[in-house]
Ligand binder design. Sequence first.
Ligand code: ATP
Ligand code: MG
Length: 568
Amino acid sequence: MEKSEETRTPLNFIESKIEEDIRNNKNQGKVYTRFPPEPNGYLHIGHAKSICLNFGLGSKYNGKTNLRFDDTNPIKEEIEYINSILEDIEWLGFNWEGKPRYASDYFDRLYEWAIKIIGKGKAYVDDQSAAEIANQKGTPTEPGQESLYRNRSIEENLDLFERMRNGEFEEGSKVLRAKIDMASSNMHLRDPLMYRILKKPHHRTGDKWCIYPMYDWAHGQSDFIEGITHSLCTLEFEVHRPLYDWFLDQIIENDYRPVQTEFARLNLSYTIMSKRKLLELVNEGYVTGWNDPRMPTISGLKRRGYTPESIRNFADRIGVAKRDNVIDVALLEHALKDDLNKKAPRVMAVLDPLKVIITNWPEGKTEDLEAINNPEDESMGSHTIPFSREILIEKTDFMEDPPRKFFRLGPGREVRLKSAYIIKCEDFKKDPDTGKIIELYCTYDPDTKSGSGSQKKVKGTLHWVSAQHAINAEVRMYDRLFDHPDPAGQKDNDYKEFLNPGSLKVLKNCMVEPSLKTSKPMDKFQFQRIGYFCVDYDSTENHLVFNRTVPLRDSWAKMQKNRQNQNN
Ligand code: ATP
Ligand code: MG
């Protein structure tokens, strides 16, 4: 059924533009987008936004989407990064058109085009150092100075450029610059660099080149070569657009041009998104690697327990904007909880165990009880959990002298054990030296088995495991990596000062229900009453390791509710 005008999701500004282009039969109505990462680090949640946008539009408009590595800088780029990028995009659930492309595939073509531009008198070889060139740039309000080498003859420029390519000159001794306008109000048009000499092998072209194109010189031409129709990028490239257009106008006669549209990059509170800083955190050992579960990288989020669906839903929900803004990281966490709530089986784990002896339960007797896997989804069925005379509960679920509203255990108080019976605390034992509670003595009421239709009601329900059947597990309690909402934006401080000292607490004495013995890395669970957890890559059958994904408390949902209440 056609949705009525009012219920259809409104188009964002990029979709509106694409639909207008389709109506006008621009590019024969075709839509071709691309995602162009530079392989100099792992992808992060900001890139995920761009991936969802580009691949999402490609598929929404029956178009295609390329993956193109912008590999113009042989110094910072590594195969490890390329492989991680391929893996992350596939994990997010997207397929690129054909094979991955590389800007380096176009080095020959770019070289030919550079010669064409020199031949038109629109580019020259400059012998000045990078520092000298920068000094002549001027400021946005003052024009720059023209280089002494700006008016070299075409013949001399062609000869020097060829010799640059042949390796006759040292690194840093010459560059090729476009000859545009040193007084332009757009700094990017003040004779920008096109090539620099770098005597470094490239991961794909080996030793073939010792001059490498600048990103700005390669980017627009790469889009053109691939037939990209809608070239989407973040706002900081808006000022580069006239340069991309200028380059294409020098070398291309026909009318087809990739049209660039800019959108606001994703900024997240409590999060750093600069690849340079993320690399620092890795290299300086603040995290265990690019895929540390506290990193905002896609591989980190995956290891933390994020699902591809939750990331895609998050990207949908934030949409695209024309102006920079900051998204609350709680919204990302909310998207995850929303997804895991539907998918994650409920199990029981006790993080800080206290022994409880059920004094009226026969010694040696075990009863298999039924535990519902997910109350949100009946089709997920149930599994069994063993109940026996000695069980473990959380230490924090007992108080010797509890206040009235403490709906857990205390002397003489009753609680329900999840999926089991109602128990009553009759007595407890303290360690004579430390005064700490070490054992509780309870009785159970045999008429109160869960699911038996018992009418008896108590206020609190506790999670528990059977002491004899539970398995020891290591639980890594992750929290946000930074404890400041804007760790990178504090002028007088180094962002590392805002690292959260409590971002990882390792708990080694946790006890989990026996059904988890066969769990595999990346399996996700809700530990009842605690939060969502996922099995870490380090986990084995003999040493289970869980990562805390997110606590149950949903700060985003709570915030929305508060806001609603204020508005009512
Ligand atoms: P660098 O500083 O290394 O250039 P980068 O984050 O721009 O970092 P790229 O590999 O060039 O990294 O980015 C690939 C694509 O992802 C680009 O099109 C870029 O605009 C987009 N992108 C990068 N960061 C974000 C972000 N925070 N939000 C949305 N898109 C982003
Ligand atoms: Mg970039």
